[in-house]
Design a protein. Structure first.
Length: 506
């Protein structure tokens, strides 16, 4: 692989470690926002009279806008400059958060969530690219990589607890307002200490057709899964949306193969190892995102947990993710091939998910839920750490930014599809169970709760199968050997640094 100025640059910005603080703070805000909203969702749904069918859009609107525009955001950062894009992303994210906190109806809340996704798509790739261009020494980059990942993981834990405290003792609206001070501090710090090399920009023209085709195709795909809940899988509108998604995404591939400066160079995803990483990560996140939603409702509605108790109940899973990522994945990824961490990691996560198919109205948290979510977190953390690194291993310098952005894209799109798909499966199973047991039910309230739990377990069973498929793809498709920390891993070009802990639920 050809050497680049980035790899050979002898000059190290003396303010790079201060810059890391504000870059990590921005990531903490994004991760914290995701987990906070999950905890606050039942309260927001009741306050704004959001229907059960539309509640998932509070999560999906963000994930779809974020995932659909990440490649575009990375390209904008290359064109405008990463520092400028980073600051614009922070200010816009804060403004969208203020709009969400002030929402007076479901439409306003969903619009604010979509806007958060748009500005998040500017913020995330620019933050990662800044980290890459400011830390050029392999050892320093690895250290910054670890610090960034640890803070990102800690943000998930803070979000779970803070979301519960704000929802229970103040109001769910404060779970949006809390982003504003984070954004202000990070923006002021970025203006004062971040400096990027001017020669690292990419002046190529924007691939506007690629942006339009990719975004509209993904919107059609996720909306098709959502319509399946109300209209049925074979209904005309649902099938039409699937066809539209297939046509738009196929057209995107054709356009990308022909334009001079594509939004997504196809060589990035046709590489066997990177393609295997993107596919397995996307599938794994499909299972994770739906699970967060179901467990939040199960704990609060079925088990009667308060928002604070729900947040605390999730913490062992976050601890498992951090442990798997930093103590297993990070330590072993230079000693064994990535597939031998990713495959078993996804299998461990699937075993935890399998335990959760046994939940009922009286399930014990210590005996069933706790070991299940710890296995899930440990397995995901172990698998995600080498996957994040392998996603940019050996990539051409000109493609490193888009390769890194594709990791986030596969996660966010997987999350959007997972939430819509599993919510649809759960709703269908809930309705079928209620109809089948209506005649023998001892009370309507009991039947309602039993139907909900049945729907959750049905959807979680599908998630188990999806995780098993992710494990199979990682084991068979990924062929790279162990990753040498001194090689071109996550550092061969702009944007090639990725956070070490999986994004919880954007």
């Amino acid at each position: 692989m050809p050497e680049t100025a980035l790899n050979k640059a002898p000059y190290a910005d003396p303010r790079r470690w201060k810059a890391l603080i504000f870059i990590a703070l921005a990531q903490l805000m994004v991760v914290l926002d995701a987990t906070i909203v999950n905890i606050a969702l039942p309260s927001a749904q009741a306050d704004l009279h959001i229907s059960d069918g539309n509640k998932q859009w509070v999560i999906t609107a963000y994930a779809l806008a974020f995932g659909g525009l990440l490649l575009f955001g990375g390209r904008i950062a290359d064109l405008w400059g990463r520092k400028q894009t980073f600051i614009i992303g922070l200010i816009g994210f804060a403004a969208a958060s203020a709009l969400g906190g002030a929402a007076v109806g479901s439409g306003m809340l969903l619009g604010a969530r979509a806007l958060q996704g748009v500005f998040g798509a500017l913020l995330a790739p620019s933050a990662l690219s800044l980290l890459a261009v400011m830390f050029t020494d392999p050892k320093e980059r690895a250290k910054a990589f670890g610090v960034f990942g640890a803070i990102a993981g800690g943000g998930g834990a803070v979000g779970l607890i803070l979301g519960g405290v704000l929802t229970e003792y103040l109001d769910w609206r404060w779970t949006f307002f809390v982003n504003i001070p984070f954004a202000i501090v990070a923006a002021v710090g970025a203006i004062s200490v971040i400096r990027e090399p001017s020669e690292s920009r990419n002046p190529s023209k924007l691939d506007v057709p690629g942006v339009l085709l990719a975004t509209s195709g993904l919107v059609a795909l996720v909306y098709a899964f959502t319509r399946a809940e109300s209209d049925g899988w074979t209904a005309g509108p649902t099938v039409a949306l699937y066809i539209a998604a297939a046509v738009l995404l196929t057209a995107f591939v054709i356009v990308e193969s022909r334009v001079k400066a594509p939004l997504l160079p196809l060589r990035v995803v046709t590489d066997r190892n990177r393609g295997g990483v993107y596919a397995s990560l996307g599938l794994a996140v499909i299972g994770m995102f739906g699970l967060f939603l179901f467990l939040t409702y199960y704990m609060q509605i079925v088990k009667g947990y308060s928002p604070v108790e729900t947040g605390l109940a999730f913490l062992p899973m976050v601890a498992g993710m951090i442990t798997g990522s930093t103590q297993i994945g990070a330590r072993l990824m230079t000693r064994v091939p990535a597939r031998l961490l990713m495959g078993p990691g996804f299998l461990v996560a699937a075993s935890g998910m399998l335990l959760l198919t046994q939940i009922d109205l009286d399930s014990s948290y210590p005996a069933l839920i706790l070991p299940a979510i710890m296995l899930l977190g440990l397995g995901m953390g172990t698998a995600f750490m080498p996957a994040m690194s392998l996603a940019t291993h050996g990539v051409e310098p000109r493609d490193a930014g888009v390769a890194s952005a594709m990791v986030n894209t596969s996660q966010q799109v997987g999350g959007a599809i997972g939430t819509a798909l599993l919510n649809t499966i759960a709703a269908s199973a809930t309705t079928a169970y209620a109809k089948g047991h209506m005649a023998t039910a001892s009370s309507p309230k009991l039947l309602q709760l039993q139907s909900m739990v049945h729907g959750y377990t049905a959807a979680i069973a599908w998630a188990v199968g999806i995780l098993l498929l992710a494990a199979a793809i990682a084991t068979t498709l990924i062929s790279a050997g162990r990753q040498d920390g001194g090689g071109a891993v996550a550092g061969s070009g702009d944007g090639a640094v990725e956070d070490a802990v999986p994004v919880m639920a954007h």
